[in-house]
Design a protein around this ligand. Structure first.
Ligand SMILES: Nc1nc2c(ncn2[C@@H]2O[C@H](COP(=O)(O)OP(=O)(O)OP(=O)(O)O)[C@@H](O)[C@H]2O)c(=O)[nH]1
Ligand SMILES: [Mg+2]
Length: 474
């Protein structure tokens, strides 16, 4: 499924955003893809909170309506003091903004297309607008839409307020070179609690394009001391991990070196193909369970039609605690939190359930904090002061039932050519936390051995148990 993209040019988007105090736009509906019908509009735009309609005509006008209220097909006339109609034209610097006449309703919340009285969109389920100014909104038709009432595109965006900066950050970070050095040293010196295990094995799971591979590249770069791109990254509707056959559709277990000729870190980052909404595309839950249990070998080639089987070439039958996953990091794009679909949340919940059953600690990485909040883009040190990022962290914690303390914002390297101290610090903080949680996993294995009579063999038994679970699907 290819991604649905906005038809707004950067100039038009900036002009539209200038009508709001401080907001970002999420595309909910695009008529050329979803249909120029009232049913398609309501299916995607009802109960979405504040939204803005963006209609395009062949005369070059981009115009529409904002409401802070829900569409709900209630049949009621809705009053909304914040509602307005607007129009953007390339040759004009400032958009036209027309507020609602006081005391008049902003729109009729019916079953047909959005009806702002003076402008009725998707009129009679067609790519058309009915224009009748002078009742609730006063405007000149030539200025609003140039008297061209046929639409070449019609979109609706959710408008999300970005909020400001908190007076006090919700987590304290020292943004100093000493802190960076201390974090690096503590990660390099990390030793898993269990002697038989050499490296903490961390699995990165998340929707397509969330930044899983970029997270590995970023950590690798930060430790190397220069930018690296070992894992292939990119943007597309489907997982980059499946686009170039025989090149990137692999399960990868990456080791990381401290410096070019330095030693290997006590950490393995396992990168997977992205999760997709549909049941039969992207990474499937059965494959995730096989990875949890250590059965998937490095470079196993994912297949979206079937999960790994015991007789598959990349299946590792005999596993030890070195092969199992010790911590799962869910990777979610902060910009897309409110667009996570039920289907995607169901998939993530199914994976969480399996991880819980196996006692694997889980953490949530919110990537692209720079894209999500301009205040963070301006200065990464604002990451724990941004009201928007905090709101998204809380939302994610709610959606997935993961305590807020396990939700960590992060910014990956994406287009930079040089490393940045603050980006490194945030990345290392995440890594340090991951290692702490991996330790909880190891500690649990040890506390299970209450009488202390079991040496390393205990873990061979455990691994055997893991294996049996798989075979007998206990
Ligand atoms: N600005 C910004 N861009 C990011 C960040 N993380 C990733 N990106 C960009 O997002 C796009 C997707 O990143 P990937 O790392 O390929 O995502 P992925 O989760 O591995 O995707 P699949 O393997 O396709 O499932 C790339 O263009 C990255 O450069 C981030 O923190 N900030
Ligand atoms: Mg990837």
């Amino acid at each position: 499924m290819s991604a649905v993209t906005s038809s707004l040019s950067k100039h038009q988007e900036n002009n539209l955003l200038s009508l709001f105090s401080y907001a970002r736009l999420h595309l909910l509906y695009k008529a050329s893809i979803h249909g120029f019908t009232a049913a398609a509009f309501h299916g995607r735009c009802d109960q979405q909170g504040p939204t803005v309609i963006v209609a395009y005509n062949a005369a070059g006008f981009v115009f529409g309506a904002y409401t802070s209220k829900d569409y709900a097909r209630s049949g009621a006339a809705v009053s909304d003091g914040e509602a307005f109609l607007y129009s953007i034209r390339a040759e004009k610097d400032k958009p036209l903004r027309v507020g609602c006449v006081s005391g008049k309703p902003a729109f009729t919340d019916g079953g047909p297309g959005p009806n702002f009285g003076d402008l009725v969109f998707l009129h009679e389920d067609k790519p058309a607008v009915q224009s009748n100014p002078g009742n609730c909104f006063i405007f000149q038709e030539a200025e609003m839409h140039g008297n061209d009432l046929a639409l070449i595109e019609f979109e609706v965006y959710r408008v999300e307020g970005l909020g400001d900066l908190l007076e006090k950050p919700w987590r304290n970070i020292q943004w100093t070179s000493e802190k960076k050095q201390q974090l690096m040293t503590s990660i390099q010196n990390y030793l898993p609690e269990i002697k038989a295990v050499n490296q903490a094995r961390v699995l990165l799971v998340g929707p397509v394009g969330a930044g899983k591979s970029s997270f590995f590249n970023s950590i690798n770069s930060a430790f190397r001391g220069n930018m690296t791109c070992q894992a292939i990254t990119g943007t597309a509707g489907t997982s980059v991990t499946t686009q170039v056959p025989a090149k990137v559709n692999f399960f990868r277990a990456y080791t990381i070196k401290a410096g070019r000729r330095g030693g290997t870190l006590p950490l393995i980052l396992c990168d997977t193909m992205g999760l997709e909404e549909n049941a039969d595309t992207g990474l499937n839950v059965d494959d995730v369970v096989s990875i949890f249990k250590g059965h998937m070998k490095d470079r196993y080639q994912f297949s979206s039609c079937s999960s790994i089987l015991e007789d598959s070439p990349g299946y590792q039958k005999h596993v030890t605690l070195n092969d199992t996953i010790h911590c799962v990091a869910y990777v979610i794009d902060t910009c897309k939190v409110s667009l996570l679909s039920e289907k995607m949340l169901d998939k993530l919940t199914a994976i969480r359930k399996k991880a819980n059953q196996l006692g694997i600690p889980q953490i949530l990485l919110m990537t692209k904090v720079d894209e999500a909040c301009p205040l963070v883009a301006k200065d990464l040190k604002n990451v724990y002061r941004s009201v928007y990022i905090q709101k998204k962290a809380r939302q994610l914690s709610d959606f997935l039932g993961i305590p807020l303390s396990y939700v960590l914002p992060v910014k990956n390297y994406s287009e930079e050519l040089e490393l940045d101290q603050n980006t490194d610090i945030l990345l290392f903080m995440v890594l340090e936390q991951i290692l702490n949680y991996a330790d909880s996993y190891f500690e649990n294995q040890i506390t299970d051995d209450q009488d202390g009579s079991n040496g390393p063999d205990k873990y061979l038994e455990l691994s055997f148990y893991v294996d049996c679970c798989h075979i007998h699907k206990l």
